[in-house]
Structures are given as C-alpha cells and as structure tokens.
Design a protein around this ligand. Structure first.
Ligand SMILES: *Cc1c(COP(=O)(O)O)cnc(C)c1O
Ligand code: SF4
Length: 346
C-alpha cells in the first residue's frame, strides 16, 4: 500500500475520534455524519489549529448542516442533466464526468453533499463505460472534466486506463481533472502519478484551495510536480463565510497560489446546496472582495467570480460593475473609484 493510501485508510470518520480540543460543538454529531459523511485525514488534521478556525470549519461537522431550511439537494439540477448516470451534459461542448464517490476529506460545504462518500453515489465499471460511450457518440464534446468525488483517489492503474480510454476518443480535445488532493492529501501526487498524467496532454488540473493556511510545503511540492509534468494548474475556490470572506485573506490566498504555480480560475459564490447555507455570503460581499482585488493585485491572481445558476443555468460572472454608461462614450469607474471616459467611436 502506498504511503498516501495508508494515510487515507487511517483517516478519522467519526467525530468522537477527533482530539478533544477539536470536537464538534454540537451534542450528538453522529446525527450529522449519518447523513453527510466525515473524513479527516492526519495531514489535513495537522493543519487545523483551533476549534472554529477556517480549516476546522471546512472539515468538522456542525449542527447547522441539519437545520438548513433554504437550500435544496441538487441545486444545479445535475441529476436531470445526466443523460447517463454520473455524466452531466449541460454545455454544448463539454461534460462533467464523475468517476469516483471518494474524497481525501469530505468538505462540509461540498456542492455534491447529497451524494459524495455515501451509498447515494454509485459508480461502477459499467457506469464508467456508459460515460465513455456517451462521449464517444457525441463528437461535439471537446472538453471532458473528470470529477467526483476526487479522481486522484483512483489508483494509478485505474487513472491510467481511464485517461487512455478518453484519449482514444478522437473528438476529445482537452481533458481536465478537478481535484482537491493537492490541498487535502498532497502526498498522493507522487512522481509515478505525474509520469502517468503527462502521457495524456493536453491535460489541465483545477485544484481547490480556500485558505492561505492550506498552502504548505507539502502542497507546494505536489503542485511543483504537476506543473513540472507540464500540467497547467488552476484553482476553483469557494467563497465561504468565516473561511475566506474578507479581502485580506482572499488576497493572501490568491497570491500564495501563484507562488506555488497555481493560477486562480474561479471564485464561486456558494451553491444553494442543502446543508451548506451557513457558509453562504451575499453576492455584495463577493463583489466587494473582487473590487479590492482587481487592479490592486496582480491580474494573474484575480479569478472570475461566478455563481453557478440554479437548475443548470450555467456559470454567470459576477464581476463588479465598472460601467456607468455606454454610448458614444464609455463612462466608467476605475479601480481607484475615479470616473474615466473612453471614446467608443461609431
Ligand atoms: C462548471 C461546469 C463545467 C465547466 O465550466 P467551465 O466554465 O468551462 O469551467 C462543465 N459542465 C458542468 C456540468 C459544470 O458544472
Ligand atoms: S473534495 Fe471536492 S467533491 Fe470532495 S467533498 Fe470536498 S468539495 Fe466535495
């Protein structure tokens, strides 16, 4: 068994096994974990400093998960948009292909909380074959996003086989992997894994960091190995109350990501996923954070702030509004709040 597999095997699945000082604040946390599983591995646990801190909030079950009166199980209508199980075809030229139900940690804010790590998510050899067949028979699909769960939890052999199968489909141009492993279990990113991945270019990885405290030497090494294998790295951060909903924390996170060779791609407004309402901020909060980033920090560090629209509407950018009026002239506000003009011609 590889080192990362033994770390995963020993992960804590029951709140009672957490150190006393990091225990959940509710009386009977197994009420939560009976519905939404918990998994905290020793690596991520070692990064949590105190009860209630931004990493604790992401990992440890809370009573609010059970008392969410606002959100719904499947806000993005992924199940309705699945022509075959575990494959979401929402946009014309790309699909989301779910290949495992397992993650290195079960994040409390997960958008697929209804199923990841539970018996509700059934992925079999057959469902994967059906997904591959669907992609093969729909040549308009140019971009396949492999997700889950966390695809990098598959064994080396299984990933090698899956990527080879996708690459054998001539209409597939790019392959993307969505993985939180560089953040939650960076030792999974072995030299051997990178040797496998680099056979399947053009391959992109979008990872997922939410707080500067997650950017460690181990995470930096994982990202270096992936980047050295020629894989462009993006990050899909989620805006989370109490974790990263202030401009200072967000700016530090985004700048640190660039230093480990990860380009911030999206900053997501929280989805309306049942059990996660306590993590949501308002869109005004997100836009105020963006206004403090744009122009004030490297453009390389600035992600697209977006909301994934309910019922499969797709991702809508929520860039703060700089335009005051647009006609023969563009009248706009610059990043410092100064009013400026641009001759629009015509
Ligand atoms: C987010 C998403 C994509 C990819 O969207 P991009 O804007 O291209 O990153 C594709 N399919 C589904 C179902 C998605 O949710
Ligand atoms: S790693 Fe991703 S898919 Fe897995 S629980 Fe966390 S947010 Fe959800």
């Amino acid at each position: 068994m590889a080192h990362w597999q033994s770390i995963l095997k020993q992960a804590i699945n029951s709140p009672a096994d957490l150190p006393e000082r990091l225990q959940p604040t509710m009386p009977d946390p197994t009420k939560v974990t009976a519905i939404y599983p918990m998994r905290i591995n020793s690596y991520y646990l070692s990064l949590i400093k105190d009860k209630g801190d931004p990493l604790w909030l992401q990992a440890v079950p809370q009573a609010q998960e059970l008392h969410d009166q606002v959100c719904v199980a499947d806000p993005l209508a992924e199940e309705d948009l699945s022509p075959v199980a575990n494959l979401v075809h929402k946009y014309p030229d790309r699909v989301l292909f779910l290949v495992t139900s397992q993650c290195a940690m079960y994040c409390r804010f997960c958008t697929r909380k209804r199923k990841v790590g539970t018996a509700n998510m059934v992925i079999t050899d057959r469902s994967i074959q059906e997904g591959l067949d669907y992609i093969r028979h729909h040549p308009q699909i140019k971009d396949v996003l492999i997700s889950g769960g966390d695809p990098l939890l598959l064994s080396d052999e299984r990933l090698d086989w899956l990527l080879a199968s996708l690459r054998a489909i001539p209409s597939v141009e790019i392959i993307r992997i969505g993985s939180r492993v560089p953040c939650t279990l960076p030792m999974r990113v072995t030299v051997k894994l990178c040797r496998i991945l680099k056979k399947y270019h053009p391959l992109y990885i979008n990872t997922h960091f939410n707080h500067p405290g997650e950017i460690t030497p181990e995470a930096a090494l994982a990202c270096k190995r992936l980047a050295d294998a020629g894989i462009p790295l993006g990050c899909q951060t989620v805006l989370l109350k109490g974790v990263n909903d202030d401009a200072q924390t967000m700016a530090t996170l985004l700048r640190k990501l660039l230093t480990i060779r990860v380009k911030p791609y999206y900053l997501f407004q929280g989805d309306l996923t049942r059990g996660t309402n306590h993590f949501r901020t308002t869109i005004e909060t997100g836009q105020a954070i963006m206004a403090q980033l744009i122009g004030h920090t490297s453009g390389m560090a600035v992600p697209t702030y977006a909301v994934d629209g309910p019922d499969g509407a797709g991702k809508i950018p929520l860039t703060p509004n700089y335009i005051q009026s647009l006609g023969k002239q563009l009248c706009f506000t610059n990043y410092q709040g100064r009013t400026c003009f641009y001759d629009n011609g015509g």
